[in-house]
Design a protein around this ligand. Structure first.
Ligand code: NDP
Ligand code: MG
Length: 388
């Protein structure tokens, strides 16, 4: 039996993780969860999973409300501070830590988990994009195993299974659905609504990653994530549009063999793989009907090449540059979701903020937090200039 701490339990990935745990209750035991503001959902989770002994609530007001008013039948530990979170992550009873907080907000937890020497299931790609050069060496030094649950990275991980490292890899193709605006150019998207942008054809996800999928910035974040997780130069990776989201990535070896991983678009599939040990875990899944599959592929759109080039620059230069790209994007997405800027301006906010970056080689959690704070201020200035 493995004890699981699920950080970001109230989100979309959190829900998929809970479903896999529920279906494998003989192997997996949910022992702790975290949330930010959605304490109603946290209450539902602890009502359903009686094994939960720890609840970390990040938002201080919601924490007070949740922990001081114990109007529900639960006698576990409730925490809020960073040192309590660190203590929880390192608690001896926990075997597996799922990092499923959305955005840079997940950085603190991923950074702490990297020291734990435990098994991390990583969904929070932003923490690797912003702090890959810091987090990966810490994880290696502390024997912390990072298993990706982002579907493309989990696919690559599975394709590499049984191989002796990445020595024989020639190419890795990261697939992208293309999102709701497949075949539209940036100039066609000025007037799309938030509702249209949130209407992803294949995946049901949190709002931030859904907008990232619509802009294709998600694929650029994933390129950086892949570079760090598999320790391969960016030139190994190609981004390819595959609208059906059935093939989640492809690894081509030096002998000409290409191996891919396929499934219906359902995050429970990579999560079940990552939560398993030696054997695969059974889940209730939508089987593929191979006789009716119609798979197609197309080149990554040429008008998104500028954003892809930024991601490649981040891969090549590393250090704190990923934190700049990530923060600029987070501000741009938030501004779009708040109806402050048009969809096509998301790119402009990123380009202008990224161009003005001033990055140091100081690699510490404090410097990454500083870069994040500073970049957000700069990106907000760009947003303001677009509003006026
Ligand atoms: P959601 O928006 O659905 O959920 C986000 C989770 O993070 C919630 O539990 C939320 O808590 C918590 N959270 C938000 N802000 C904070 C904060 N400041 N401190 C602590 N916790 C916080 O996101 P997703 O589940 O869609 O995505 C989670 C991560 O997984 C992202 O990094 C995303 O890129 C990645 N990912 C997601 C996929 C998907 O299918 N959804 C696929 C691949 C990767 P609360 O609800 O209580 O406010
Ligand atoms: Mg993905």
């Amino acid at each position: 039996m493995k004890n699981v701490l699920l950080l970001g339990a109230t989100g979309s990935i959190g829900e998929s993780v809970l479903s896999v745990i529920k279906q494998n209750s003989g192997e997996l035991n949910l022992i702790g969860i975290s949330c930010n503001k959605n304490t109603d959902k946290a209450r539902e989770i602890i009502a359903e999973f009686k094994s939960v002994s720890y609840v970390h609530v990040e938002n201080p007001i919601k924490y007070k409300d949740f922990c001081t008013k114990r109007d529900y039948d639960w006698r576990g530990d409730c925490t809020n501070t960073s040192s309590e979170l660190e203590h929880l992550i390192n608690h001896e009873s926990i075997d597996i830590i799922v990092c499923a907080i959305s955005g840079f907000a997940g950085m603190k937890a991923t950074y702490m988990a990297a020291y734990s020497g435990k098994k991390i299931l990583l969904a929070n790609k932003e923490s690797i994009v912003a702090g890959g050069d810091l987090i990966l060496p810490i994880a290696r030094k502390n024997n912390t195993q990072i298993i990706p649950i982002d579907s493309e990275h989990n696919a690559i991980f599975q394709c590499l299974n049984g191989e002796k490292g990445t020595e024989d890899v020639k190419k890795v193709i990261i697939t992208a659905s293309g999102g709701p605006f497949l075949n539209s150019s940036i100039s066609d998207l000025e007037n799309v609504t938030v509702k249209q942008a949130l209407n992803h054809p294949n995946w049901k996800m949190g709002s931030k990653i859904t907008i990232d999928s619509a802009t294709l910035v998600n694929k650029c974040l994933e390129l950086i994530e892949a570079k760090y997780l598999f320790d391969l130069n960016e030139s190994f990776f190609d981004l390819v549009i595959h609208p059906q989201s059935i093939i989640h990535s492809i690894v081509t070896y030096i002998d000409g063999s290409s191996i891919c991983q396929m499934s219906s678009p359902d995050m429970r599939v990579p999560i079940a793989h990552a939560l398993s040990d030696a054997n695969r875990l059974p889940i209730d899944f939508d089987p593929l009907d191979f006789t009716s599959l119609n798979l197609s592929f197309q080149a990554f759109p040429s008008d998104k090449i500028e954003i892809e080039n930024i991601a490649r620059e981040v891969c090549n230069k590393g250090s704190n540059l990923g934190a700049v790209f990530n923060a600029a994007n987070e501000v741009a997405v938030e501004s779009f979701l708040n109806n402050e800027i048009n969809f096509d301006k998301i790119y402009e906010v990123i380009y202008r903020t990224f161009d003005a970056n001033d990055v140091s080689n100081d690699l510490s959690i404090d410097s990454i937090n500083d870069i994040d704070t500073h970049t957000r201020i700069e990106a907000k200035k760009v947003v303001k200039s677009l509003i006026n």
